[in-house]
Design a protein around this ligand. Structure first.
Ligand SMILES: [Zn+2]
Length: 238
């Protein structure tokens, strides 16, 4: 159907408050302003030691944001991407990695190393990979879809440097120890993944317990990355 006919019959509404908006599948300005809430997540000792650049969420996993992320992931509603990219870009701009905003302070390596200049060319975003079977079934990796474009706008390339080498049972309902065991050895470096000497940002759609991020960070660290940072589109942790 022609867009203008569609707009006439079903005027676009904000998914959070229901007010009419100019664009379809995105929030009104006041809801949008409230959604973009980049924050550094509190980490336990294990995560703290792996993530020198910290782990950040661009907003809180609730209400309209949660619905849009779920619809993208489980219903493949890619029409939501422009609205989600607008949200991602606004959040990423506020993080210390954005140009003119603290020069990637969050990606500093060991404080004792005074190498000063953190050049953008050594920064790489790496999405948490899906198992090939899951990827085939879903048709896309939602973390890659969410992050590739907003990261490219910041001149940070996204590379699928990790692979999921074995299928794992869902993490839901497992204890922390079981989750960790479940994911041990689940990730590996992809063929041709060049990450030695890089400052890597692991990106994912959401973070719940952090076990997935931990396992990914372990693989990257052992392959010689200089520093690791985590960014998720949203987290239930405020
Ligand atoms: Zn609204």
């Amino acid at each position: 159907m022609l867009d203008w006919v569609l707009d006439l019959l079903f005027p676009p509404k904000c998914p959070a408050c229901g007010r009419y908006t100019e664009r379809r599948d995105t929030w009104c300005d006041s809801c949008f302003a409230g959604l973009v809430k980049p924050h550094r997540l509190p980490l336990d000792a294990e995560m703290y030691s792996l993530f020198d650049g910290g782990v950040w969420a661009l907003g809180v996993y609730e209400a309209g944001l949660r619905d849009m992320l779920r619809q993208l992931k489980y219903d493949g509603k890619k029409g939501l991407l422009p609205g989600l990219h607008r949200y991602m870009a606004a959040g990423l701009r506020q993080l210390p990695l954005a140009a003119g905003n603290g020069r990637q302070e969050g990606l500093r390596c060991n404080k004792s190393r005074a190498d000063g200049d953190v050049s953008r060319e050594n920064v790489l975003a790496v999405p948490v990979p899906l198992h090939p079977d899951r990827l085939k079934e879903r048709g896309f990796n939602q973390s890659e879809l969410l992050f590739r474009e907003p990261m490219a706008a910041l001149e940070i390339p996204l590379q699928s440097a990790l692979v999921r080498c074995r299928a794992t049972t869902p993490q839901f309902g497992l204890t922390a120890a079981e989750r960790s065991r479940n994911l041990q050895g689940a990730f590996a470096l992809a063929d041709g993944g060049e990450i030695a000497g890089k400052r890597v940002i692991i990106v994912d759609d959401i973070m719940t317990t952090g076990t997935t991020l931990i396992e990914c960070a372990r693989v990257l660290k052992s392959a010689g990355t200089v520093s690791v940072m985590g960014i998720v589109a949203a987290s239930g942790r405020k």
